[in-house]
Design a protein around this ligand. Structure first.
Ligand SMILES: [Zn+2]
Ligand SMILES: [Zn+2]
Length: 356
């Protein structure tokens, strides 16, 4: 089969590799039908995630069809159309028993495209298949569903639920990349008074408007705090979400939040940020961090199937598997290409390459 292989910082290629095989009785093999590229994959390619070894197949978000199951797999069957979650779950460790699958101690957590071969391939081995996949309801498209492998549950759990968004809140979202935009979509579920999105890229602010932000702020031209002050009589946002992963944007999210409010960090950080405790010790702030657990995936699938959330407008570019290199180029240059999420789909009549 072919797969997107990481060869060390700055080096990747779509190349011929052996097909995956079942390793444990709880594994399944899934033929990948649709897959996307994540900002985290770009971090890996920059060398920011050193535990990813050269030779690793990248990718942790996909929709596919089960082709093989181990003898201990009970719920997933050959032929099932499944969502492959970015988080695998052993199902029985202390954290899994608490629904915190992202922290799994039993060999799960974020492992696909990280510690084991991932989904940017024609076939992928999925460990703990019963706990790590979701059967897709009829009538829901692959492209709607693939947004639920990572970005929707991440923004919803780590942004909206950790941030405790409530009806009537003023929600500030710093960063209008895919995660920030997914936070706009999922904040709307709680009927906030205002969703304010802050970025410096005009195309991304326009996308935020389309997805339901009623106020957008170009931080290169306007002071976000002044905009929030106007909406809140000088108090500050009830909830601020950081969806960039830089020290400045984290510190900005803290500055935008009212006393008693919530700061929910979603961004993946590679450098220390300053918490100005000398300012905020007195402000009753709650600051949360998190890796997605994907406990909300069934809820989000219901919302998509019931047409309460439409994720399809987040996909700006579509490619075939043989265009993987181009898809990476487009996704990694969003300022030039306007890319939000890119979708790669398998050829409909792909020949099965048994054991090659
Ligand atoms: Zn991801
Ligand atoms: Zn576990």
């Amino acid at each position: 089969m072919h797969a997107l292989v990481y060869h060390g910082p700055g080096r990747r290629s779509w190349e011929q590799v052996p097909n995956p095989a079942l390793q444990r009785a709880t594994d399944a093999i899934v033929k990948v039908d649709a897959v996307t590229i994540c900002g985290t994959d770009l971090h890996i390619l920059k060398g920011d995630v050193p535990e990813v070894q050269p030779g690793r197949i990248l990718g942790h978000e996909a929709v596919g069809t089960v082709t093989e199951v181990g003898t201990a797999v009970e719920k997933v069957a050959v032929g099932d159309r499944v969502l492959i979650s970015c988080i695998s779950a052993c199902g029985s460790c202390r954290y899994c028993r608490d629904g915190q699958y992202g922290q799994c101690l039993g060999g799960g957590g974020w492992i696909l495209g990280h510690l084991i071969d991932g989904t940017q391939a024609e076939y992928v081995r999925v460990p703990f298949a019963d706990n790590s996949t979701h059967t897709i309801p009829p009538g829901v498209s692959d492209e709607q569903m693939v947004m639920l492998a990572d970005i929707l549950p991440t923004s919803y759990e780590v942004g909206v639920l950790n941030g405790r968004v409530r009806p009537g809140d003023v929600v500030a979202i710093v960063g209008a990349g895919p995660i920030g935009l997914a936070a706009v979509l999922t904040s709307r579920l709680y009927s906030p008074a205002h969703v304010v999105v802050i970025d410096v890229a005009a195309a991304r602010l326009e996308a935020a408007r389309k997805l339901g932000a009623d106020v957008v702020v170009d931080a290169s031209a306007q002071d976000p705090r002044a905009v929030i002050d106007q909406l809140t009589a000088g108090l500050g946002a009830d909830v601020a979400m950081e969806a960039v992963g830089l020290p400045d944007t984290f510190e900005q999210a803290v500055r935008l939040t009212r006393p008693g409010g919530h700061v929910a960090n979603i961004g993946v950080h590679g450098a220390p940020a300053t918490l100005h405790l000398e300012d905020v010790w007195i402000k009753n702030l709650t600051i949360t961090t998190g890796l997605v657990d994907t406990h909300s995936t069934p809820t989000l699938m219901g919302l998509v199937a019931g047409h309460q959330i439409d994720t399809s407008s987040m996909i700006t570019h579509r490619f075939g598997f043989d265009e993987f290199d181009l898809a990476y180029d487009v996704f990694s240059q969003p300022a030039d290409t306007g890319a939000l999420k890119v979708l790669l789909t398998a050829p409909v009549h792909a020949e099965t390459e048994a054991g090659s």
